[in-house]
Design a protein around this ligand. Structure first.
Ligand code: NAP
Ligand code: SF4
Length: 667
């Protein structure tokens, strides 16, 4: 079914069992004290699940290259010995694993950061020290000794992180390299660092060791590399002894989304496709590839020799085995939300996954069969209820899942209708198939009452939320007013002037939905973000075009301060940039006075104003739905309340699915 994806790749001295690379991703487990047992368990599940080649999160070759003061580093034999448990766990299941060597350069979040020149990154508080010739030489040697140590720990190779704007990328591009010695100036000089690193690694590790180079093919920043420079470096790297070239897209400081859910699937594989004909070693592509179908399509068209996916393996460790067994409908698809993986890592927390809370908690959340089979009633087939019902059934319980409406999905069914959030549909597809696989008895169009569930051994209430009703004068009698659920569900027709009350995650989603331009595909999206598809401009960027919406939209909150970021740590800026480009008015410090025929009356900066809105959309948070709450006490200890029914205030799918999973594992 996926002949290209599942075909082995012969690297001469070794063979990969398929074309799937699990891309590097920092999980927070790398910094575990003592043996790296949790990291080993995490990778073991992925190797068991069929991945061909795993690349670890980044390990620094020295102290100053660490991303954070306490970040992971591999530079002593005793460090290397601790890694043996990881490599053995992967090899046990026929997988291969490479260690990523990452020197953060000026992205390091500590005062000892170093770079080609002393220029501060826009996303960092620290100005780096300019590296001396001696420091450059010792850094090259540190890269080589880390690679040698990795080899001694049983790794099959290393990946040299040369993209995303880290140290090596900082030497390559004029943007960050203003040196006039043999490490700066001409391109020959600027690419000296990566070439010297690769040569000295190859010298230390011998011929039969994988060296992957993560090459920034599209920097997406001003004064980035030109396409000719990218090709020149790729060819020189091949000569220097690299085994595989991996694709890097965008520096971390770039203001263009590259992996968020709004990015169309495989939106950047065309870049790899353009580099590939210039090389004879295999080339890997990446970014927003999340299904075997998309991966197969890329490979079958010859755009790359391998595909790299990182987050999809947090979402489902068995991705490859399911694809191979023609069970791709049972893959728990990564929806690109970043909410539990990158958002967590950027907050200094351990990574997890919104759709798979077990990710990175494999040792704390083992999947074990129930010792006593129970009858379990779950009320509500939203994300919390679905996670709970399917896991409880998988563990061997008899589960009845009651759903008031005629379909499953709850809030995800609304989310999937927001442009750029279509991936939520995949989670619903996954759960629909899991219900069948695990034997959950789904009762649609069934509003459970106490009498229906009192005989069960365990009762889980996951009845979700409803929009918060507001009490603003004139609102209840106005036909201008609509709540977000009704708007999305019934596709209410809107006038040209729209006021949105509430600028949380949902207000932002609604504002972007109603201002969405007609888009037809990847090319429109690339144009909207000013990405140069001709690759004639350095860094691959063009000026960011405006795409002012025909609609006049006001997005408001009562709080003072920044409006329109949405809740995501790593995605907030994308929402805000999108809304600004479309001309949405972002207003904080608003007091709502009344609704009249004229529109919405507000006070802002102590001034009374009327927004002559045709429609007013309420996105002011939620309230819990708690059916027959007054009778809950009679259920005693067998009652469990989860998701929005438990707490609407911070309604959050990460919490809902995690809660559902944990309860199901405890029954
Ligand atoms: P929310 O994030 O809590 O935002 C509610 C908004 O309504 C706030 O702007 C709040 O601002 C306003 N508000 C609250 N009470 C109000 C009242 N009585 N009158 C007028 N305005 C009021 O809730 P949400 O937007 O419904 O989102 C719910 C959850 O869904 C989020 O927590 C998030 O986890 C999830 N979500 C996530 C994403 C994502 O992209 N990651 C997207 C959508 C939803 P003021 O109080 O300042 O007026
Ligand atoms: Fe994918 Fe979201 Fe899970 Fe991250 S949290 S792996 S983006 S589904």
């Amino acid at each position: 079914m996926y002949p290209h994806l599942l075909a082995p790749l012969d690297l001469g001295f070794t063979q990969l069992r398929n074309r799937v690379l699990m891309g590097s991703m920092h999980t927070g487990l790398e910094e575990e004290r003592g043996e790296l047992k949790k990291l080993a368990a995490f990778y073991e599940e992925r190797a068991k699940g069929g991945v061909g080649l795993i690349v670890t999160g980044g390990f620094s070759p020295n102290l100053r290259g660490r991303l954070h003061p306490l970040s992971s580093q591999l530079s002593t034999q005793s460090h290397a010995n601790k890694h043996k448990v990881v490599t053995e766990a992967v090899h046990k299941h026929g997988g291969k694993i490479a260690l990523q060597i990452l020197h953060a350069g000026r992205y390091a979040m500590h005062p000892f950061s170093q770079s080609a020149s002393a220029t501060r990154a826009p996303i960092s508080k620290f100005t780096p020290f300019k590296m001396s010739e001696r420091q450059i030489r010792s850094t090259i040697s540190d890269f080589a000794s880390t690679a040698k140590l990795a080899q001694s720990a049983g790794y099959d190779g290393v990946e040299v992180m040369g993209s995303e704007g880290y140290l090596i990328n900082q030497f390559i591009c004029q943007r960050t390299n203003q040196r006039h010695d043999e490490w700066g100036g001409s391109y020959q000089n600027r690419m000296r660092l990566p070439l010297e690193i690769v040569k000295s690694i190859r010298e230390k590790v011998g011929k039969e060791f994988i060296i992957i180079f993560r090459l920034s093919m599209l920097d997406l920043v001003e004064q980035g590399s030109t396409f000719d420079e990218v090709v020149e470096l790729a060819q020189a790297l091949e000569k220097a002894g690299v085994t595989l070239i991996n694709t890097g897209i965008g520096w971390h400081e770039a203001r263009i989304p590259t992996i968020a859910t709004q990015v169309p699937r495989a939106a950047f594989s065309w870049v790899t496709e353009k580099v590939k004909p210039h090389l004879s070693i295999p080339v890997i592509t990446c970014n927003r590839i999340n299904t075997p179908e998309v991966a197969e399509d890329i490979l079958s068209q010859g755009h790359a020799d391998m595909v790299s996916m990182a987050r999809p393996f947090l979402a489902d460790p068995d991705f490859v085995n399911k694809a191979a067994a023609e069970k791709s409908k049972l893959i728990n698809t990564c929806i690109g939300c970043n909410q539990a993986c990158l958002d967590n890592v950027f907050k200094g927390k351990q990574a997890s996954c919104l759709v798979n809370p077990r990710a990175c908690s494999e040792t704390e959340m083992p999947m074990v069969a129930a010792t006593m089979k129970k009858r379990v009633a779950v009320i509500g087939a939203g994300p919390a209820g679905l996670a709970c019902a399917t896991i409880a059934a998988e563990r061997g319980h008899y589960v009845d899942l009651f759903e008031k409406s005629d379909r499953i999905g709850g809030q995800f069914r609304l989310a999937m209708q927001i442009p750029g959030k279509e991936e939520f549909r995949e989670t619903i597809r996954y759960f629909a198939n899991r219900i069948e696989e695990t034997g959950v008895n789904l009762k649609l169009d069934t509003e459970a009452q106490l009498s229906d569930i009192s005989e069960y051994d365990e009762v889980v209430i996951a009845s979700g939320v409803k929009p918060r009703a507001l009490n603003i004068e004139g609102m209840s009698s106005s036909d201008k007013v609509v709540d977000y659920q009704t708007l999305i569900r019934e596709k209410t027709a809107l006038g040209n002037k729209v006021a949105i009350i509430g600028a949380g995650g949902i207000g932002v989603d609604v504002a972007s939905m109603i201002t969405e331009p007609d888009q037809h595909g990847i090319n429109d999206w690339l144009d909207e973000w000013g990405i140069d598809q001709s690759l004639e401009h350095a860094g691959g960027i063009l000026p960011l075009p405006d795409c002012i919406s025909d609609k006049q939209v006001w997005l408001m909150q009562r709080r003072e301060g920044r409006v329109g970021k949405g809740p995501g740590k790593t995605t907030g800026w994308i929402h805000r940039t999108t809304l600004q480009k479309r001309g949405v008015n972002l207003m904080g410090g608003v007091a709502y006075q009344k609704v009249s025929e004229q529109g919405l009356h507000i006070t802002i900066n102590e001034q009374d104003t009327i927004l002559d809105a045709d429609n007013i959309i309420i996105c002011a948070g939620q309230e819990s739905v708690r059916p027959f709450e007054e009778q809950w006490a009679s259920l005693g200890e067998k009652l469990h309340v989860i998701g929005g029914a438990d707490l609407a205030g911070e309604l959050d799918a990460v919490r809902a699915i995690r809660q559902g999973t944990k309860i199901a594992m405890s029954l």
